[in-house]
Ligand binder design. Structure first.
Ligand code: ZN
Length: 283
């Protein structure tokens, strides 16, 4: 993992930090691809065999774990894509996923071809899944810099086991296509600046242009519910039309940790009333 990719929370939340630079600091992907392609056309056969084995192992593991295998599973499984970068892409902070992949574009293309060949030989059923960002506008996430339709579709395809019943497959497809939860960040430092209004605040949400305050992102009316009361959280979340997970970066553990969530105040009041009336189940 390069230092740039595992940027510290300070970098992330210092206002002008990594997001602004993230898309410009890296070389333009098209130029990078061209530079690599010229010397990378013929992959030695033994290298190709090794790559095929790695792709297959990662894909088989994903299939066993979740009933399907995808390009993202393979890229993370063989170690070309780290989870921190994947999450930054899911939050809309990286223009396209390929930019965060730590290997030559020609090898990525080869791995994608190998995944397709493995899935076809394995008789798996292709299913196209929407990938959308965890930001309020939920824009479609891009995998490639040029957005070529065939390549994008390859990335979006989940290869599903035919042993699943139609109902199981339907449930998996629905789950994979469900928009991911909105993620709101409690910054470690308060010197960040909203890219829309120039203000700041105790909470921010990342957008591709930079951090945004919650009112500007359309999340201003929500109320914070700290983690810890599972029954209340579950009920409030179910009743709230809009909700977001609140996370904070832990310097000690070097990862984001869940602090609670933001829900509509009326949903929270209703959940509290319900729990006051009903005897609480243990959960
Ligand atoms: Zn703002």
């Amino acid at each position: 993992m390069s230092p740039r990719r595992s940027a510290s929370a300070d970098d992330l939340f210092s206002g002008g930090g990594v997001w602004g630079g993230a898309t410009t600091a890296l070389p333009p992907p098209r130029a990078a691809a061209a530079a690599v392609d010229s010397g990378d056309r013929a992959m030695p056969p033994d290298e190709q065999t090794k790559l095929a084995a790695r792709v297959e192992r990662a894909a088989e593991a994903a299939l066993a774990r979740q009933g399907y295998a995808s390009a993202v599973d393979v890229l993370t499984g063989i170690g070309w894509l780290d989870l921190a970068t994947l999450q930054r892409w899911q939050r809309g902070e990286v223009t396209c996923l390929e930019q965060g992949i730590q290997t030559r574009p020609a090898r990525v293309a080869e791995a994608m071809r190998l995944l397709h060949a493995w899935a076809t030989a394995r008789g798996l059923a292709p299913s196209e899944v929407e990938y959308v960002a965890r930001t309020p506008a939920r824009p479609a996430l891009r995998f490639t810099a040029d957005g070529g339709e065939a390549t994008e579709r390859g990335y979006r395809t989940h290869w599903m086991s035919r042993e699943l019943t139609a109902k199981q497959r339907e449930r998996l497809e629905a789950k994979a296509s469900r928009p991911p939860e909105l993620v709101v960040i409690q910054p470690l430092q308060q010197d960040w600046v909203c890219h829309r209004c120039g203000g700041t605040g105790a909470l921010l949400i990342m957008e591709s242009a930079g951090p945004s305050c919650l009112p500007c992102a359309g999340l201003g009316g929500l109320e914070f519910l700290p983690a810890g009361d599972a029954a209340l959280s579950r009920r409030a979340k179910a009743k709230s039309e809009v909700f977001a997970v609140v996370v904070r970066f832990s310097r000690a553990r070097k990862r984001y940790e869940r602090q609670g969530m933001l829900v509509q105040p009326e949903a929270l009041r209703e959940a509290e009333r319900e729990l006051a009336r009903a005897p609480r189940r243990d959960d």
